[in-house]
Design a protein around this ligand. Structure first.
Ligand code: FAD
Length: 366
């Protein structure tokens, strides 16, 4: 008999297991994939740590979380500075003075602001009805048509005029020459990849991979007093109120033998609608690698089906209301707790997942 059955060995499940063990509880962690780590899992290919489910950059404003994660491994000083490629020309991201120079040859913030204001003022919608209207009002047409429209339409699989405006309520626009994507004071990549962190979080806890909760439900029923469930909440309840919407991704990994440096940067976004993928990652650059070969990953946004992974919750009003119905049901059963990105149906970054695990462990384990 275990105190807790934790379904899912991602960052949330592993942090909960760690916090439970610290307080003397016995947990069993089950994971449907063949490995632990969930989406932060790294696969080592010829000495290169490949972020197998997309680029993962750890960043946080919270010193306590930074210190927590640093106890497991050393972080390097990687700063996320992605680039955008549009019709053969490179632009810096997030939109900043370097991007404006590349677009218009503007040198001062005043010059750049004048152009953006002139373009924005053409679009004075009192109440923007969709993402396109919202973005045009915020950044004007050049930034929107070259750097936002194609990328976003690929990401969501819909024309921007059908995507709700809230998706792009905040767009980082900077009038300084600063390519650092994040504003957080703490940022980096764990040297040697994320697996070391997960292994240490799970050290001393029994873990079974290749074990799906649903195919083993009967056998697992009486194994623990309580369940901590980090998978999709709608599936857990047999979709009784309807299916929640997710967006998925297809990752195409490729080792390029004899090529030392493919694109000169870890992340390049392809903002042209005609290119089917949204990003190419070159993993060695996350750790300033010097290997003779390189590994790249093309990222294709795809629909979520039974065969694909639910990477992004679609947090529009309809789906958030549906989630609330499931949450209401979950609240009636004190022996089950839903957590993590899928359990809470929220797009959490890694630091937010850890923060939620800290809060939840105080409630559940004290
Ligand atoms: P998951 O990692 O999804 O773990 C849940 C686990 O539960 C999975 O391993 C799943 O297989 C398992 N599971 C589900 N159902 C069952 C079942 N029925 N039985 C058994 N096991 C089950 N965050 C950042 O801070 N920085 C970034 O740069 C960043 N980039 C990202 C890029 C992409 C493409 C994505 C998708 C996410 C990114 N994130 C990033 C977010 C980060 O991945 C999450 O915050 C974190 O991984 C969430 O951890 P989790 O444990 O909640 O979920």
């Amino acid at each position: 008999m275990y105190d807790f059955l934790i379904v899912g060995a991602g960052l949330y499940g592993a942090t909960m297991a760690f916090e439970a063990k610290k307080r003397g509880f016995k947990c069993l962690v089950i994971e449907r994939r063949a490995h632990t780590g969930g989406n932060i899992y790294c696969k080592k290919i010829n000495g290169i740590n490949v972020h197998y489910y997309g680029a993962h950059i750890f960043h946080t404003k919270n010193k306590k979380i930074w210190e927590f994660i640093n106890q497991f491994t050393e972080f390097n000083n990687y700063i996320n500075s992605p680039l955008a490629l549009y019709k053969g020309k490179m632009y810096n991201l997030p939109f900043n003075m370097n991007t404006f120079y590349q677009l218009w040859n503007t040198v001062t913030p005043e010059e750049a602001k004048t152009i953006i204001d002139k373009q924005k003022n053409k679009y004075c919608f009192t109440e923007p009805q969709n993402l396109e209207e919202q973005a045009l009002m915020m950044v004007g047409e050049d930034v929107y048509f070259k750097l936002i429209k194609g990328y976003t339409e690929k990401q969501w699989g819909q024309p921007a005029t059908l995507i709700p405006a809230f998706v792009i309520k905040r767009l980082p626009v900077r009038f300084t020459f600063n390519n650092n994507y994040f504003d957080d004071p703490y940022q980096g990549i764990p040297i040697g990849g994320y697996n070391t962190i997960i292994d240490q979080l799970l050290n001393g806890t029994e873990v079974k991979v290749n074990t799906d909760y649903f195919t083993n439900r009967n056998e697992l029923k009486n194994k623990a007093k309580k369940i901590i469930y980090t998978g999709e909440i709608d599936r857990f309840y047999d979709y009784q109120f309807g299916k929640l919407k997710y967006r998925s991704l297809k990752f195409e990994h490729e080792e390029l033998k004899g090529i030392k440096n493919f694109q000169g940067n870890a992340v390049v976004n392809y903002t042209d609608k005609d290119v089917p993928y949204t990003r190419i990652l070159e993993h060695k650059h996350f750790e300033f690698g010097n290997q003779p070969n390189t590994v790249i990953t093309k990222e294709y946004p795809i629909d979520f089906t039974e065969e694909t992974e639910p990477y992004y919750p679609v947090n529009d009003d309809f789906n958030n209301n549906l989630f609330e119905q499931y949450k209401h049901l979950a609240n009636q059963n004190p022996n089950i707790h839903f957590g993590g990105r899928l359990g809470e149906y929220k797009y959490y970054n890694m630091d937010q997942v850890i923060s939620r695990a800290f809060n939840d462990s105080t409630l559940l384990f004290n």
